[in-house]
Design a protein around this ligand. Sequence first.
Ligand SMILES: Cc1cc2nc3c(=O)[nH]c(=O)nc-3n(C[C@H](O)[C@H](O)[C@H](O)COP(=O)(O)O)c2cc1C
Length: 213
Amino acid sequence: MTYARTIAVAFTGASGLQYGLRLLECLLAAEARVYLVYSPAAQVVARQELQLTLPTQPHAASAFFAERYRAKPGQLTVFGREDWLSPIASGSNPADAMAICPCSMGTAGALAAGLADNLIERAGDVMLKERKLLVLVPRETPLSAIHLENLLKLARAGAVILPPAPGFYGAPETIDDLVDFVVARILDQLRVTHTLGPRWGASRIAPPTVERA
Ligand SMILES: Cc1cc2nc3c(=O)[nH]c(=O)nc-3n(C[C@H](O)[C@H](O)[C@H](O)COP(=O)(O)O)c2cc1C
């Protein structure tokens, strides 16, 4: 099967992995091809926040997520964080867009400095140099001047800085509602069609079509 769009997704070790997991679920439901990579710190966050063990080996991780979110064969590939031979490591074969969700201040700082010291940083660096869409979902509070300068630098380099700051005007009732508000905004940026949550000014509210796993 061929997919219209390929989206790279990275999970890093900031709080709020739920956003990243829901984003992955929605991208797969929307029939995007997804390349996924995550950091060891993201695995720690997964255990801490969700009591979830994310596999370390890429093949096991691909199987784990494909089953969890009912991905089609070949739709999802998980890469190791040092896999320099993966397509997203090069500007000759980048994804159409990339989201780092959640994005730690460490990864934001590394990106701002152009370190490209692991596949997440390198893939983000590639998106910027190729003028492709890079969405960062940075999570920290409060933000230091260093954090703010790094995020400004990345915004000036072309990244979309999309903090997980859900609006409350849709009368959210659950944590899932808050998560979906943020994921909806990320999907909008990635130009992926969705029906997550109400849109401002919409005459009626469509129910979400992506059921939770
Ligand atoms: C449970 C947990 C929550 C964390 N939350 C944050 C956070 O919200 N923001 C942040 O910048 N770092 C946070 N950290 C620290 C990062 O994980 C740490 O700086 C790490 O080196 C980031 O590496 P990475 O960017 O390669 O994932 C958290 C760590 C843990 C274990």
